[in-house]
Write a protein that binds this ligand. Sequence first.
Ligand code: FAD
Length: 368
Amino acid sequence: MVGGGAAGAAVAILLAEGGVSVDLIDIKPDIGALGSGITLQGNALRVLRRLGIWEQLSEQGYAFDTLGLRAPDPNGTLIAELDDIRTGGADLPATLGMYRPDLARIMLTRAEAVGVKVRFGTTYTVLDQDGDGVSVTFADGTAGRYDLVVGADGIRSWTRRTLGIPLETANVGMGIWRAFTARPESVTRTDLYYGGPSYIAGYCPTGADTLYAYLVEDAQDRSTLTPEQSLDVMRGLAQAYHGPWDDIRATLTDPSRINYTWFESHLLDGPWHRGRVVLIGDAAHACPPTLAQGAAQALEDASVLAELLLRESALGDDLWQEFTGRRYERAKAVVEGSLQLCRWLLAHERGDVPGLMGRISHLLMNPA
Ligand SMILES: Cc1cc2nc3c(=O)[nH]c(=O)nc-3n(C[C@H](O)[C@H](O)[C@H](O)COP(=O)(O)OP(=O)(O)OC[C@H]3O[C@@H](n4cnc5c(N)ncnc54)[C@H](O)[C@@H]3O)c2cc1C
């Protein structure tokens, strides 16, 4: 397993539980995950429950079942309260907000507990495959021989490049400010404010005491800003939003908790494997977070791949055809839906946002 993010950790856990010997490497020095919070929708929770970590996640995270739409006016007027569809089934909440490093720690601790050999701070230098297996040379000088290598190494996947697969990652034209901060009592679910100086201003509770808040703007070069300047920009943009945003803005004081990143996207045509190496998660498909589905799709890839590997006795065409059949169109619908929401926002066009969200949610209600 190359990469210990959502995709890699999930497939590693499921395979190890099924009796497969799994090595997982991650180039990061330790478990810490970048960023702040993450919104996990029901279809992601369905996979995470299969990993045997639902209890811990629900203790650490913050569950909710409605989505608020608010106006960018002086009162932050609540325009609508929508019941979120429980895409993971009736016995799981529609949404769970989590602190990303908590999610990463829980998943990788579980991986080690079920026997995955996890190594941080290393990568591979050579992948050499033949009809029987893949010989891997690691950067730390060790080597191994494997039946399958899973490239779950994220949007800039080195494995994708090693396989010689060309794939252009597009800049969507939007950038997002994110802050991880204290949860005021006024925030009990995600509310989205469309319009004002930002395309979207929103927040998601991630635990009893924490949340992440975000503001989406036109993509800009913010790379030269100091952390203090970044904090000033985010606070400045947030001035236009009221209601619970007034309470959140008051907590935005720590420059080290502010992060800025561009929205990017790509979709690799199927199949996602070459011989005995397969790409999953962001390595194969990445979407802007307008539907909050990137990690969910990565987890679904992991779940389907592990199911097929444990069921089939050989890595044959049947397995890969079924994998492509169950994953490609579904991931494509999510990438295209996420991009459509961006296009409407960029064009200041009033698209059928609830219709699109409802269509995707209904698609995702059926297990992958
Ligand atoms: C601003 C933003 C907000 C988002 N919000 C949400 C959200 O709310 N909900 C949601 O579901 N999704 C969200 N996403 C998407 C989500 O973060 C990704 O889809 C998800 O993290 C993909 O998981 P992954 O395991 O495929 O890749 P990653 O999480 O990127 O993990 C890849 C891992 O591979 C490791 N790695 C990389 N290169 C190598 C190498 N050469 N050797 C060894 N290891 C390597 C990395 O260190 C990393 O740990 C968001 C994305 C963005 C940009």
